[in-house]
Design a protein around this ligand. Sequence first.
Ligand code: SF4
Length: 407
Amino acid sequence: MYKIKAAEDLKQVMNAYFTKLKNGKNKIAWCTSVGPAELLRSFGFEVFFPENHGALLGATRTAMEYIPEAIKCGYSSHVCSYTTADIGSYLAKSSPLQKHYDMKTVPKPDLIAYNTNQCREVQDWFNFYADEFSCPIVGIQPPRYVDEVSDQEVELVVKQMKKMLPVLEEVSGEKFDLNKFKETVKLSKEATLLWQKVLKTSTDINAPLSFFDGTIHMGPIVVLRGTQIAKDYYSLLLSELENNVRNKISFLPKMKTRIFWEGMPIWGKLRMMSDLFISNGSGVLASTYCSSWVFDKFDENNPWESTARAYTEIFINRSDKAKEKMLSEWFKEFKIDGIIYHDTKTCFNNSNAKFGMPQRLQKLTGVPSLIIEGDLCDLRFFSEGQSITKIETFLEQIEDSKIIINE
Ligand code: SF4
């Protein structure tokens, strides 16, 4: 059975990350998953990511217990299920962190920072905690749904980032140090470029990394950006995957179809989905989701502008036109036969099947598409039987059309 050996190291890396948070020696900042982590780390904050907690709630399926707690408190069941699961877990004073990382609870924040580059939901979500903990909160609100990011837009975001400095200085008790900021941006850049190379190993015909593996191995690039640990982990993972490519070792030998996953993972169904595709001879080997933590514009020599640009031009924050261009390029690079859009019920922001993109992109690239309905955490919105039938039919159709083309 195919196994990525670095997974053992990954466990240790994530354990060490949570242990450091638990020990509480340093001040703690909460941050959105594509928020200004490098700036926070330059002040010596340990950084905790509530979305990572949301993913854990989804993957352990405990989200289903906690979401009703948030609904009782006034949140709609149609609101982002990371938000409702996380707030519900807080209200229930219970979390899988207890079982998996021996933590009593989520670490208490000294500071909360967000960036609405991904959605406005994070602002509401994080403000809930700012009130609960009477904690200072800072935020970046960049222009949304941009085509190409202009210099003026970058300038605006830089201004907002710099405006956070007095609060960061006061809470951390440290003066802003440009050299430390440059250092964390450099480490983040090195880790993110390694992560990009990790993902690109699956452009090979013997793809060594599936999307489902990627959702697990992306842990450090989300929570440990700006640290040597993340950089070291991705050097190790990359070397193993490159070795697999050289030795023609794939997670699915004799792959019949190569699939692109668009949208959020269905965290509580990762194993089931992975097995479904594998048993149909199909490899899901690229995604917008895992690629969202590739920030190739980071430049330590220009830390303010480069981070402002990198965080503003992420996929989720782009116009449909820009997204379609990015997807077409990925299709070619990964030799994609079909795309599956996960139309996520509670995350409008990360669902791209609602405004005609599947049709436009199919016309542009010839790559067939399928839309499945589901959710990141709330499994009431996912019909397993119906999705299996749709996916298997879709894969068969692609295989048939490949045979006809090859005849
Ligand atoms: S992008 Fe979607 S899943 Fe992520 S926090 Fe925003 S609404 Fe929730």
